[in-house]
Write a protein that binds this ligand. Structure first.
Ligand code: 5GP
Length: 287
């Protein structure tokens, strides 16, 4: 008989962070940098732990050049030619280039078998259609809370990947225990993204697509294989100008969150976080 899991599982949109007494006078006092030493490789990382997703449109060299100025990094997509990589590495040695890590329910098993950082997220992405095509998924806030708990018990780390639609969601992901937050849609539509600005009916737009959308498949693999449903969509998003504006919006939002809950450092945010369950609202970025 199929099993029904009746435990409450929540998404970012289902909760708010409860404000708490705070001695912080200004959000400028908040420190967003974190330092981690990874369990298995013993490598050390320092920076603001927000990552641009390794998607064609947003994971570009242009994006990495700007993000690195803010101590954030970009998971550069894998479709650049080797010569492009060489040139970029020569001009931007400061950019830390992160490879992709697996998504898994079995966080503990993966960490014990050698992984340092586990990417968490099944189906929450803004251009991901896994949930509608397959019915498979896991509400992201609960996934992060549960996986962070498992990972941290073993001194491992997690990335919350997908589902953030606004700076408040990024704060909720960190509040839930994410060590890193990966963003695709929130960084789409900028000058630094791949593709031209499209002008239509007086509106400026840019293309953004999932890495298993028809668009990506046609570009990289000569079309979607028949047996495999495409689990990503293609959308036109409003052109948002330079990514710097969005970066400042996210960092400003995070600093304010920390001030509201009395966390002097991003590191303290999850310890200070109490989530209040709120009435469900519909809140997808590209519906
Ligand atoms: P977003 O920040 O846009 O909500 O989510 C970004 C994440 O969506 C990416 O890091 C990646 O894990 C996921 N993603 C990107 N493209 C696709 C796709 O075509 N299909 C699925 N299932 N997920 C995708």
């Amino acid at each position: 008989m199929p099993h029904i899991d009746a435990d409450l599982k929540l998404d970012f949109k289902d909760v708010l962070l409860r404000p708490k007494r705070s001695s912080l006078k200004s959000r400028a006092e908040v420190d967003l940098e974190r330092t981690f030493t990874f369990r298995n490789s013993k490598q050390t990382y320092s920076g603001i732990p927000i990552i641009v997703a390794n998607m064609d449109t947003v994971g570009t060299f242009e994006m990495a050049a700007v993000m690195s100025q803010y101590s954030m990094f970009t998971a550069i997509h894998k479709h650049y030619a080797l010569d492009d990589w060489k040139l970029f590495a020569k001009n931007h040695p400061e950019c830390l280039q992160a490879g992709n890590v697996v998504t898994g329910e079995m966080v503990e098993e993966l960490i014990l078998s050698g992984a340092d950082i586990i990417k968490v997220g099944v189906g929450p992405g803004s251009v991901c259609t896994t949930r509608t095509k397959t019915g498979v998924g896991y509400p992201q806030l609960s996934a992060v809370i549960e996986c962070a708990d498992s990972a941290h018990g073993l001194k491992g780390h997690i990335i919350s990947d997908g589902g953030c639609t606004c700076p408040g969601d990024v704060a909720k992901a960190f509040g839930a225990g994410a060590d890193f937050v990966m963003l695709g849609g929130m960084f789409s539509g900028h000058t630094e993204c791949a593709g031209e600005v499209i002008e239509r009916n007086g509106q400026k737009l840019k293309l953004f697509y999932g890495m298993s959308s028809d668009t990506a498949m046609k570009k990289h693999a000569g079309g979607v294989a028949e047996y495999r449903a495409s689990e990503g969509k293609t959308v036109e998003v409003p052109y948002k100008g330079n990514v710097e504006n969005t970066i400042l919006d996210i960092l400003g939002g995070l600093r304010s969150t920390c001030t509201y809950v009395g966390a002097a450092k991003l590191k303290e945010l999850s310890r200070r976080a109490t989530f209040i369950r709120v009435t469900q609202q519909h809140n997808t970025m590209f519906s």
